[in-house]
Design a protein around this ligand. Structure first.
Ligand code: CU
Length: 123
């Protein structure tokens, strides 16, 4: 686990690029399964917003196949993207999830992965 989601937003400098910042958050907290949640991503480069044409959050469980759950986000302000989705309850009782953030910049023909976060949902 590298993201204490219930304590606040998690931040990453993807690819070791210290100028780029991907900030990920889920609300409301505590983050629980089977509830409508708001996922947000803020993307900055050198303190300026990254404008993207597509941003999405893909949820999976490390070491376990779960149904694909890809949440599209829409732009809500400069560099900030939000979307709603539900985290399913894992029948095995596991609670650690991985969120892969992808974005597509203007002029690019496909989305690329920019950051991953591992977090735990509350029971
Ligand atoms: Cu599972």
């Amino acid at each position: 686990m590298d993201c204490q989601i219930d304590s606040g937003p998690c931040s990453r400098a993807p690819g070791g690029d210290p100028l780029t910042r991907i900030i990920f958050d889920i609300k409301p907290k505590p983050v629980v399964p089977m509830k409508r949640l708001r996922f947000s991503v803020t993307a900055m480069h050198g303190g300026k917003a990254i404008e993207a044409t597509h941003v999405s959050v893909s949820l999976s469980m490390p070491g376990m196949y779960m149904m694909e759950n890809n949440i599209p986000l829409r732009r809500v302000s400069d560099g900030r993207y939000e979307g709603e989705g539900v985290i399913v309850r894992c029948t095995s009782g596991r609670r650690v999830w991985r969120a892969d953030i992808s974005l597509r910049r203007p002029g690019e023909d496909r989305s690329g992965p920019v950051a991953s976060f591992h977090f735990r949902v509350a029971p």
